[in-house]
Design a protein around this ligand. Sequence first.
Ligand SMILES: Cc1cc2nc3c(=O)[nH]c(=O)nc-3n(C[C@H](O)[C@H](O)[C@H](O)COP(=O)(O)OP(=O)(O)OC[C@H]3O[C@@H](n4cnc5c(N)ncnc54)[C@H](O)[C@@H]3O)c2cc1C
Length: 387
Amino acid sequence: MADLEAFRAETRDWLEANCPAEMRQPMRDESDACWGGRNPVFKSDAQKAWMEAMAARGWTVPDWPRDYGGGGLSPEETKILRQEMARIGARNPLYSFGISMLGPALLKYGTEAQKRHYLPQIARGEIRWCQGYSEPNAGSDLASLQTRAEDKGDHWLVNGQKVWTSYADKADWIFCLVRTDPKAPKHQGISFLLFDMASPGVSTKPILLISGYSPFCETFFDDVRVPKDQVVGEVNKGWDVAKYLLGHEREMISGMGLGSQPGSLGESLGEVLADDPLLRAEVARFDVDALAFRAMSERFIDELKAGRAHPAQPSMMKYAGTELNKARHELMMAAGGSNALEWESERSRAGKAAREWLRTKANSIEGGTSEIQLGIIAKRILELPGG
Ligand SMILES: Cc1cc2nc3c(=O)[nH]c(=O)nc-3n(C[C@H](O)[C@H](O)[C@H](O)COP(=O)(O)OP(=O)(O)OC[C@H]3O[C@@H](n4cnc5c(N)ncnc54)[C@H](O)[C@@H]3O)c2cc1C
């Protein structure tokens, strides 16, 4: 215990000395995030300095082993680091699908050579990854995917199409599900492949949304040659890797349920609720649910890190966290009235509230819809008969 107290004091001092003041302010929107990559874009010197200082300590991935670029911290130390960062409002130094999704899958299924090659680069934010799971006819029914990788002896030849590939046009590499045995039952003929988005034959086409943003792409593979050693896990057993990664993706997305501001919604809305007893009651009910969610998340994350989690736990967290986040933004819009719908004005900070409210609608779709999570919970936890 004394060791942990010493660690807390040391961490506090280090953060105080190394986290620039600008990195202690909440992000305005997604574009403020640092994504790293082959050609990283930093919004300011402070953002660059903060990312590099954290990466040098392995604290972009504090609980990964030091040999793979991590901080080698125990679960307790990792928790203390998070608490101390939250205490000063320190931003996450690096957002990365490599950290939250691919890394855990490589740690479990990668060869030693793959771990030593990819993980340190992920920790230092040198490769920006995208996720090639969904296809036009394979979303919730993901194992129906048809993108094909043929064994050509010394390489794989990949042909097919992915869709909803977030930031594919900005990514350096992709982790991709491909069919390697078209004759096998659908869950058994899939492999998990990594390749460079700069490979000849890869192209992306951004999908423009009604909001004017374009975070997704259609991604096309036309005779893409991929070296043989870039399969993670066994050939034709990629479904196991895919599901394990999805557990981590769902755990990450469930974090939305915690909200981005400290304190309760009631506190942040304050005066606005004074004259509206009905809204006040709804917000109070929400705050009780949010407290329960926070307690559940802490317990689940501890169990997950200790390897004691039920495999369907991320589905519970994802369902509860994303539905909660949607409810939070519905209440914020209700409290804001028609002003909250302002789309373009200085007062509305370029429609921040309305845009965030709309973005939450996707939370219960990305990473597997709420209906799919409920199906998993019904089958795997409640043991109800499944279709
Ligand atoms: C913001 C965002 C980011 C995304 N990023 C990526 C990415 O980077 N990479 C990637 O590969 N994909 C990405 N996706 C795609 C996402 O994973 C799929 O949209 C999701 O899995 C749902 O698939 P679908 O869109 O094909 O919908 P469908 O599967 O067609 O579902 C349509 C509706 O039917 C319901 N439904 C379907 N099957 C069942 C069932 N068996 N029981 C009950 N209801 C059912 C669904 O719940 C949903 O309401 C992203 C999606 C969003 C919204």
